[in-house]
Every structure is written in structure tokens, then in C-alpha cells.
Design a protein around this ligand. Structure first.
Ligand code: INI
Length: 153
């Protein structure tokens, strides 16, 4: 069986994080960077880029993935349902765009974007303790980077 090891040493990863709902996204970012360091990653091998909102994540992820410098890209954001169809447009396009970037470039792109009905649900998923979705996204990125290395081209 082939599996990727969740190890950051020797890897380069880029995080692209939305600024919208920063009170949540900053916690996801903390979870992701902590997971990176806990898994043995070097601070200089982790790039963090910020974009205005979740809608802009795919285009920045594409630039980072296509450059060939990173083993994986982690996209972080938080879309909270309001009373308008805006939520569907942003969350659907964000998810579709990020998946497309991964398929087009062959670089794993991880969907660390919360799409929730309420602020409470967002807070639960961005908690600093266990269950922080930013940390989980980074672990998925490292596992996929390891798997892709083992699968070869
Ligand atoms: N962006 C988010 O990341 N989350 C949201 O909940 C959100 N809402 O609700 O509007 C949001 N909007 C901004 C959007 O992502 C773009 O930045 C903006 O439309 C400019 O293209």
C-alpha cells in the first residue's frame, strides 16, 4: 500500500489565506503554521500569501502551484452563509477553482475553507485546540506531498 507520510522536513508548502472573516481565518492560519512546525518544517520553507476573500483564493493558488516551487498549496478561508445567494456563488466557485488548480498543475491543493451556516460553527472549527481545520488542512497537504513524491511523475 502506498501512503504519504505526514512529514514537513525537506518540504516546501505555500499557504494562501483570505483576509475576509479574519477573526476566524487567523486561527486557521495559526493551526496550519503550528502543524507545519510540529511536523518538522522549517520557517523559511513555508510561504504565506494573503488575498482579500475566498473568491480570490484559486487564482493565487494557481500562481503558487504553477511556479513549481511548492510541494502543496493550502487554501484557508471562511465563508459564512448570509441571507443571499452570495454564499453559494463564493463557496462553489472557490471549491471548484481550487480543485481545478490541483488538477491542472498536479500540485495538491488543499481545501481548508470553512463553509458554514453560523459564526458559532466557524468558531468551533477554528478552535486553537484539537480539531482546528487549518491544522488538519496542513496535515492533508503534507500527506499528499509525501504521496505524490512516492508516486513519481
Ligand atoms: N469572502 C469570504 O472569504 N467569506 C465570506 O463570507 C464572504 N462574504 O460573505 O461575502 C466573502 N466575500 C468576498 C469575496 O470573497 C471577494 O473577496 C469579493 O467578492 C471580491 O471579489
Amino acid at each position: 500500500m502506498l501512503e504519504g507520510e505526514v512529514v514537513a522536513r525537506g518540504r516546501k508548502v505555500a499557504i494562501v489565506a483570505a483576509r475576509f472573516n479574519d477573526f476566524i481565518v487567523s486561527s486557521l492560519l495559526k493551526g496550519a503554521t503550528s502543524a507545519w512546525l510540529e511536523r518538522g518544517g522549517a520557517a523559511e520553507d513555508l510561504l504565506i500569501a494573503r488575498v482579500p476573500g475566498a473568491f480570490e483564493l484559486p487564482v493565487a493558488a494557481r500562481r503558487l502551484a504553477a511556479g513549481g516551487r511548492y510541494d502543496a498549496v493550502v487554501a484557508l478561508g471562511c465563508v459564512i452563509r448570509g441571507g443571499t445567494p452570495h454564499f453559494e456563488y463564493i463557496s462553489n466557485e472557490c471549491a471548484r477553482g481550487l480543485q481545478q488548480v490541483g488538477l491542472d498543475t498536479g500540485v495538491p491543493v488543499i481545501f481548508g475553507v470553512l463553509t458554514v451556516d453560523t459564526v458559532e460553527q466557524a468558531i468551533e472549527r477554528a478552535a486553537v485546540s484539537a480539531g482546528n481545520k487549518g491544522g488538519e488542512a496542513m496535515e492533508a497537504a503534507l500527506e499528499m506531498a509525501g504521496l505524490m513524491a512516492r508516486l513519481g511523475s
